[in-house]
Design a protein around this ligand. Sequence first.
Ligand code: ADP
Ligand code: MG
Length: 681
Amino acid sequence: MDIRAPLSETLATTSRHLKALAEIGVTRVEDFLNYFPRTYADFSAPKKFSELIPGETATVVGKVQNLKTFRTPRGRTIISAKLISEDGSLNLTWFNQTFIARILRNGDEIAISGRIQIGPRGAIALIGGSFEKISDEMIHAGRIVPIYRSHGKLISSKWLREKLYPLLDYTSKLPPLLPVALSAKENLLSRGEAIRQIHFPDSFEKLERARESLAFEELFFLQLGGLRRKLDWQIGAAGSGKIISHSKALLFEFAAALPFKFTAAQKISSAEILRDLQKDLPMNRLLEGDVGSGKTVVAALAIFLAAKNGFQAALLAPTEILASQHFRNFLWLLHPLGIRGELLTGSTPAKKKKEIASKLKSGELDLVVGTHALLEAKIDFQNLGLAVIDEQHRFGVEQRTLIRKNGTPHVLSLTATPIPRTLALTIFGDQDVSIIDEMPPGRIPPITRIIPPQKRIESERWIESEVEKGRQVFIVCPLVEESETLEVKSAKKEFARLSEKVFPQFKLGLLHGKLRPKEKDATMAAFAAGEIQILVATTVIEVGIDIPNATIMLIEAAERFGLAQLHQLRGRVGRGSDQSYCFLFSESDSEEAKTRLHALENISSGFELAKMDLKLRGPGEVFGMRQSGIPDLKVAKLTDHEIIKRSRDAAESLLEKDPTLKNYPEILFRLKEVEERRDGN
Ligand code: ADP
Ligand code: MG
C-alpha cells in the first residue's frame, strides 16, 4: 500500500471520474486523503424541528414539498419549499440560486444545514441553506457524515464519501510529518488518526482534535517556510555592506521639504525602517496602511536616505498608471532634494530605456520607478541599496531575481490590505511588519450608506445630478469568485444596461480583468482625465489610484465582498476636498450580511473592519483571494491565535536547533512540496 500510488491503480472507477478528480488536483491516494470535507451533517443525533432555536445553525432532515420558483419585480429569483418531517414543517428559501430549481425535486429527502430564522408570520425558516440529498447509507450510518465539495456532474459528495471510505485503510501508512517528540509535546493525534477522524469522525470532540492537529501541522509548515526564507535571506546577505544611516541633519532636510508633518503612526513606522536600514543585514519589511494613510511618503524618506548614503533605489508598481503617479509624486518631493530619478514602463521607448539602463549602471541615477518592464529590462544597477515594492503580491518570483542579482538590497513592501499584525507575521513569515493605522488629519471620510432595492432609482437620479455637477463615479459589479469569465460577462451586461438605459447622456467606461494591461491603463487614464464620467468595473480597479474628482463609489451585491475589500474599494473615492459617498447595494436578507454592511457604515478604519470580519468569515473571503496573496489554508483558520503561536514557537525552536534542517530530511522534503505548490498557483 503506497500512499503515493496513482488512483488509477487503487480506485475502482471510470477514467472519466479519474479525469474529473485530476481537475481538482487529486491524482494520488495521498491527495484524495487530503481532500477534506467542507462540512458535516450530524446524523448521530438529528435535530427535531421543535428543538430549533432561531439564530443558531442546525442540520435538519426532511422531505421537500411545494417547491416553487418565482421572480420579484426587481429581477430577484426566489426559490421556496417546505421541509416536512414527522414533527412538523419548516420553510426553506433561497435567493438568486437558480441552480437549486434544477437539482431539487418535490419528494426528495434532504439534509440541510443553515441558520434558523423567524420568517414572516412567525414561522421558523431556514434561508439560503446548503443541502445534500440523502442516501440510506447516511441515515443508517447514524454518525457524523462528511459533506464534500462536489466537482462537476461526476464528483458528488456522496461519490466522494463512498470512494474515500475504503481508502482510510491507508491512513495507518501515513508517515508522521512532525518530529515525534513535538507531536507528543503538543498532544497531537497521529497524522493517520487525524486524517481518519477528519473524514469520518467518531464524535465532535475527536473531530475538533483532528482539526487542531492538522491545523497545527499546516501552520507549522507555513511558518517554518517563512522563517527559513528569512534566515536564508539574512545568512546569504549578511555583511553586504549596504548600511543606510541617517543623521539629524538629513532627517531635518527631508522634513523641511514636506508640506506637512508626519502622523504619529508614520513616525513609528519610519523609526522601525530607519533602524533596519542602518544594519549590515538587508531589511525585509512590509509596510501596511489604508489607502491614503501616507505609506508612499514614508517610502520616500527611505529612498532619500538611500540616495544620500550613495545607494540607488528602485520602486516597483504593479501598473503603468500607478508607476507614473508615484513618479510624479517623487519628482515633486525628491527632485528639489537633489535626487535624480527616471520612469521606466512598458511604454518607455526602447532608446530611452537603454539610456536609463546605462545611467543606472554608471550611477548617474539615484532612483528608478517602474513596472514589470523594469524587471524585464534586466538592468545592472551600479549599487542598488533599496527596493520598494508597491502591492508586492502582484509581483511573482521575478522580483526576487532583481533583488538577488543586485547584491540583496533592503526591501520595503507596501500594501493597503489591512492584514492584522499577527496574521501578517504568520502568512508572510519572512517579513517584519510595520503598520500605519492612522489617517493624516483633515481627511473627510466617505459617507457610506446601504441602499435598499426600492431606493435604487432614486439613487440613480441623484448620481445623475452629481455627474451633471461634474463629479465622477465608480460602479463596481458583483464579485463572481469562482469564475472570472462569468464576472466579465456580468460586467459587460451591466455596462450595456447602464449606458443604454440609465445614463445614456454620459460617457461610460468598462474595466475588467480580461482586458489587456494597455487597455486597462488607457481606460483608467481616460477616467483620470475626466473623459469618462462613470467607470463600470469589476474589482480590478487599482487600489492606489488618485482621482480627486471621483466622489461616488457604488457597489453592487456588496454582501459578496469581504469588509476589508469593500473598504479598499471605498478608499478609491475621497481623495479630493469634496465630500464623497459610498453606496452599497445588497440583495441579501441575511442578518449576518446586514451586520457586516452596517459595520462599514460606522467604522472607517480598515484594520478594525478586517479584525471584525475575520471573526465572522475566513481570510480568503475577507481579503479576496485573488488580490491579497494570502495562502489558501485547508484546515487552519488564521484566527486560531493559540495554534498559530504554538506552531510558530515550535518552528522557531526547531530552526534554532538546526538552521539548515539537515537532520530533518522529511521535514525539508515536505517543506519543498508545500512551497512548490504555493508558487505553482
Ligand atoms: P498611501 O501610499 O498610503 O496611499 P500616500 O503616501 O500616497 O498614501 O499619501 C496620500 C496623500 O496624503 C498624499 O497626497 C500625501 O502627500 C498626503 N499625506 C501623506 N502623509 C501626510 C501627513 N502626515 N499629513 C498630511 N498629508 C499627508
Ligand atoms: Mg499609495
